[in-house]
Design a protein around this ligand. Structure first.
Ligand code: MSP
Length: 526
């Protein structure tokens, strides 16, 4: 399938509130992955969007005395779209579940399942968590404490569940257990990390029950085509965004769908793994559609040991961090400091420390020293390298290894591993500068050729670093690329990460000292 895009998705976010850094985390990870694949020369489609139906959003609108449509329109235009710019996200599409293309696709999909006999009417009686928008079983609940003492609360939200009794339509999920198990046995990488895979397989082995796919007491949703008094249960509306955004259910969308589906990676938080790795593939099987290649469940950003959340008032708005550190450092920090797949805590101290030591002093300093010395000793004209010494060849060898290691890590979504490989190169080049002492070579006219070789080695390393780091820090690397005169090689975003080899930057280009890539933080400036 030569035209098939590498298709990456984030979950679509509930618009009951504004985004916090937990949401931003998923979106940034998806963007770095998408940009990495684009820079491998692949055709890529990166999708994000908003989940706008359901009880949670409807109630929030009611509390604010506006219609649900007004509420979601305001939140999307004032918060959810702007946050993409705040974080420098290059998504190819943004889907809203209130869009016509989505509603039509949802109705088409469930009509297919209904007609194939996968849907039947039945009474639902049991607990429902509005926070999760999920039908619960006893194991999902615990005794409440404090104001909720004596009540059963959801383990994730810590809030009381509601008892529902509704005549609904049900999806025959129970029929798909064996096929799902077989699929996962054959494709052990289809859910990652391994702990998530094991959780999914053991959940399926425990036996699947049929599940309600509609709601009769909610009206903010997509009406069932065969029973318009009911709406599609919000999760079974939302999951379909991954196909409705690439043309499913639209006549004009056939080519896009054929060239995009199935998804290569669905990025999800571990709290929504079951929806993506059990219910969603079962729905796709029922519709006769191919399954996503991989669902990757990342961990949570924690505050005080608990999942950061707006409902618990622990959500931090992304701008609070980007206003001080900038988008590049935000993107870098969360992917570098937390193993993708594990939980992690955010702390201002840790962020400040890494910003200063790894970005400002590490990469920032190397870039400004390199640019400043070429300006000073060679009037800003990149010198021709002379014969390479062992020390130079060590840097070149390390670059070759860095490219291979970073690529392998990024492909397995080990972002911190990919960043660590690139950091290793930066540290080595900083060490090289200290050892080679170009400022001492500059004092001796006889060593001018050697000085040229050392400065070329620094500039060429910086060029390679800007290519490799571009998916992580698009803006600082662009400034670096310009300062190196590397535009002679074409736009930075077109540089193929896997083709980064030594000796590309042509001697003679104009090199300048870059503007400060990572400015010093405000209160360190005395
Ligand atoms: N609307 C559903 C997803 C539907 S996808 C078909 C939903 N929305 S959400 O807004 O509650 O969460 C969206 C994503 O943000 C989830 O992957 C969730 O794990 C992630 N995060 C929300 N809080 C988070 C943290 N504190 N830390 C990391 N990710 C977090 O679920």
């Amino acid at each position: 399938m030569p035209d098939k895009s590498f298709y990456v998705t984030t979950p679509i976010y509930y618009v009951n509130d504004a985004p916090h850094i937990g949401h931003a985390y998923t979106t940034v990870a998806g963007d770095v992955l998408a940009r990495w694949h684009r820079q491998r020369g692949e055709k890529v489609r990166y999708l994000t969007g908003t989940d706008e139906h359901g009880t949670k959003v409807q109630r929030k609108a009611e509390e604010n005395e506006v219609t649900p449509q007004e509420w979601v329109d305001t939140l999307v235009s004032e918060h959810w779209r702007p946050v993409l710019e705040t974080l420098d996200i290059a998504n190819d599409d943004f889907i809203r579940t209130t869009e016509e293309r989505h509603r039509r696709g949802v109705q088409a999909f469930w009509t297919v399942l209904k007609e194939a006999g996968h849907v039947y009417p039945e009474l639902y009686e049991g607990p429902y968590c509005v926070g999760c928008e999920e039908f619960k079983v006893a194991a999902d609940l615990e005794e409440g404490t404090g104001e909720y003492a004596g009540e059963l609360v959801c383990r994730i939200h810590g809030r009381p569940v509601e008892q529902l009794s509704e005549q609904n339509w049900w999806f025959r999920l129970s029929e798909f257990g064996p096929a799902l198990l077989e699929h996962y046995e054959r494709n052990p990488d289809a859910v990652a990390p391994r702990s998530a895979y094991n959780e999914v397989v053991s959940f399926i082995r425990g036996g699947l029950s049929d599940i309600s796919m509609s709601r009769s007491s909610v009206d903010w949703g997509v009406p069932l085509p065969w029973d318009p008094e009911q709406v599609v249960y919000v999760w079974f509306d939302a999951l379909l965004n991954y196909i409705t955004a690439v043309g499913y259910g639209q006549n004009s969308g056939k080519e896009l769908f054929a060239n995009t589906w199935p998804a290569d990676v669905h990025l999800v938080g571990k709290d929504i793994l079951r929806f993506h790795a059990v219910y969603w593939p079962a729905m796709l099987m029922a519709a006769g559609l191919p399954l996503p290649a991989k669902v990757f469940a990342h961990g949570w950003l924690l505050v005080g040991g608990e999942k950061m959340s707006k409902s618990k008032l622990t959500g931090i708005a992304p701008e609070t961090i980007t206003d001080t550190f900038g988008a590049d450092a935000f993107r870098y920090y969360f992917l570098r400091a937390i193993n993708f797949g594990s939980d992690g805590s955010f702390s201002w101290e840790d962020m400040r420390d890494r910003y200063t030591s790894e970005l400002a002093n590490g990469l920032g300093n190397l870039a400004s020293r390199g640019g400043a010395m070429i300006t000073k000793y060679f009037a800003g004209v990149l010198p021709e390298p002379g014969p390479y010494s062992n020390a130079d060849l060590v840097v070149q060898d390390l670059l070759a290894r860095t490219v291979a290691d970073a690529d392998a890590a990024m492909l397995r979504l080990d972002f911190s591993g990919g960043i660590a490989a690139i950091r290793g190169l930066i540290d080595a080049v900083n060490g090289y500068v200290t050892e080679q002492q170009p400022w001492a070579l500059a004092k001796d006219d006889d060593r001018r050729e050697r000085l040229g070789t050392v400065l070329y080695t620094i500039a060429e390393s910086l060029r390679a670093i800007s290519v490799l780091y571009h998916p992580v820090m698009p803006s600082a690397t662009e400034a670096l690329w310009q300062s190196l005169g590397a535009d002679a090689l074409g736009p930075l975003a077109d540089q193929v990460v896997t083709h980064v080899v030594w000796g590309q930057l042509p001697p003679g280009v104009t090199v300048s000292k870059p503007e400060q890539l990572f400015p010093r933080l405000p209160d360190e400036e005395e």
